[in-house]
Write a protein that binds this ligand. Structure first.
Ligand SMILES: [Zn+2]
Length: 315
């Protein structure tokens, strides 16, 4: 629902500004454009029953205030601070100003503070960054080291997953086999820092870690594509003359297709057929040792998935 809301009633300091700071030049540019009669897309606020919490459009809001405006067009969504933050983290990567590294770290820090139980991967998706950055910020903020880490992490699907034990421990607890031995059901120690887990929580064989860590390269391509899509949509909505000849629906759907195709380059799981040990002979992972989330969802049998879940659950 779009409506005009008094600028004095919009909360901008609830901790939902995910940029490291306002860009003064941008506020000045926007203010000048507004004074010139430019029309910007509505800013996005979340209404929690009493407050309108800004989630997107901080530069536009400040530009309007600077120009002495009293109200601004808002797209009003239902929800509180968490909803506003989650939205802000996702949309800021897609449009407007290019994010600096400081912006990305700042966004990840805010997400970690608000959603400490979410996995690195879930937070990375929320903030549209690579998961190594989340792990790095998590380590540097001490969110996982100053207090004991939760024995489970929550994925983006909202399901809790147990962190698998380091290999040695798994062997020992498999022998215990649920015999009621208290040492076998103690909360998991966090995996040692050298242990990297795939998207299913499975430890990645050391020789595959360099390939796994190149996820960021793919993410950057995807983010670039998203940015192009955002710019095209804005051009379409604003009826930008420059793009008069562009067939928007064709361009957007081809970009969507490219996004989906390129996303399969993102490793998601250790190949359940070869376990990443003999990838050269493996048809499932095509020599990669790792497979995409798409392949995991569509080509892995239920038995293989259950086997992995059982092995992980036995700790
Ligand atoms: Zn394989």
């Amino acid at each position: 629902m779009t409506k005009k809301i008094k600028l004095s009633e919009i909360v901008t300091d609830a901790g939902t500004q995910v940029r490291a700071g306002l860009n003064e030049a941008t506020v000045a540019d926007y203010a000048e454009a507004l004074a010139d009669g430019a029309k910007f897309p509505p800013v996005i606020v979340f209404h929690d029953g009493s407050r309108h919490i800004a989630a997107d459009g901080f530069h536009r809001i400040h530009a309007a205030v600077r120009n002495g405006a009293t109200q601004i067009e808002c797209d009003v969504r239902k929800g509180g601070k968490s909803d506003a933050l989650k939205f802000a983290l996702g949309c800021n990567a897609h449009h407007g100003l290019r994010r600096t590294n400081a912006d990305k770290r700042h966004a990840v820090g805010m997400a970690l503070k608000e959603f400490p139980k979410l996995s690195d991967r879930a937070l990375a998706e929320m903030c549209l960054v690579g998961h190594p950055l989340v792990a790095e910020v998590r380590a540097s903020t001490g969110i996982s080291s100053s207090c004991p880490p939760p024995p489970t992490r929550v994925g983006l699907d909202g399901r809790e997953r147990k962190l698998p034990p380091p290999p040695m421990q798994r062997r020992a607890s498999t022998d215990a086999n649920g015999s009621g031995d208290k040492t076998a059901v103690k909360p998991q120690l966090p995996p040692p820092p050298s242990q990297v887990l795939d998207g299913t929580g499975w430890p990645i064989p050391t020789q595959l870690i360099p390939l796994w860590q190149r996820t960021d390269e793919v993410q950057e391509m995807l983010t670039a594509l998203s940015r192009v899509k955002g710019a095209l949509r804005a051009a379409q909505e604003n009826k930008d003359k420059l793009f008069a000849e562009v067939n928007f629906s064709s361009a957007l759907s081809q970009l969507d297709q490219a996004w989906t195709d390129i996303k399969t380059a993102k490793p998601f799981a250790v190949c359940p057929t070869c376990q990443g040990q003999l990838p050269d002979k493996c048809t499932l992972c095509k020599g990669r040792g790792l497979i995409s989330e798409h392949r995991w969802n569509t080509c892995v049998t239920r038995e293989d998935k259950e086997f992995r879940a059982r092995a992980k659950g036995r700790n």
